[in-house]
Design a binder for this molecule. Sequence first.
Ligand SMILES: [Zn+2]
Length: 258
Amino acid sequence: MQTCTTCCFVLKTTDHGESDKIITCFCRDRGKIAGIAKGAKRSKQRFVNKLEPFTKLNIVYSQPRKGTLLFFSEAELVQAYLPLRQFYERYLAASFITELILKFTRENDSDEGIFALLDWAFSTLTTEEKPLKVVALFHVRFMGLLGYQPELKRCFTCGQPVRNGQTYRLQPSGGAITCSTCTPYSRGYDEAQISVQTLKFLHLAQEVQLGRLNRLKMPASAIQQTIETLHRFSLHLLQQDITGWKGLKSLFPLLHDR
Ligand SMILES: [Zn+2]
């Protein structure tokens, strides 16, 4: 069997039998992959402390002739990202991000942009004081990379550019916003509202270079509106619950502007 090495982030680990683990990860050259790490629960040398969620690894694997699971034979730790497992807020944020990757991507569908964004998100989460801000920015960029970038400059219905004095909603069915004149609240729509200020942040977050993304100073209200809006949009696209949502939402009361 030919062996290959790739750099990846561990997304999920599950015990398999008495001594093995099944690992799902997102790697630079193959996208999402799943493999079996034989003896991972016993072998102290090859895998200990490496096959944890959110770690960045160089992994050696081979492709068996039968079956779809790869065979992971070795792992070298590149970044442990320990704070993401040590601190509750960071853990909830990283778990939500990981779940989005697991649910929105297909196996063996490589995407350098998603790999770089995940790298940015996990490394930023180790130090950022507002983990929810990282989730908001990640989600905006992730939707763009998936081809679901919402059009945020004008109302989809009347075509008017975004203007002060209006509030907006992202249409749940797809990437467009409508203004409060076209979709008055009285019609009973319950989509999360987005202020003009939040729309400006979202637009910046779509445009700015990845390395400068965290320099955006987002107010707490913009962070919460972004997360709520994109959660709704993602639910519509996935047609299934995002289990990390409840935990993430529990962090909203901790959000405030300093
Ligand atoms: Zn309108």
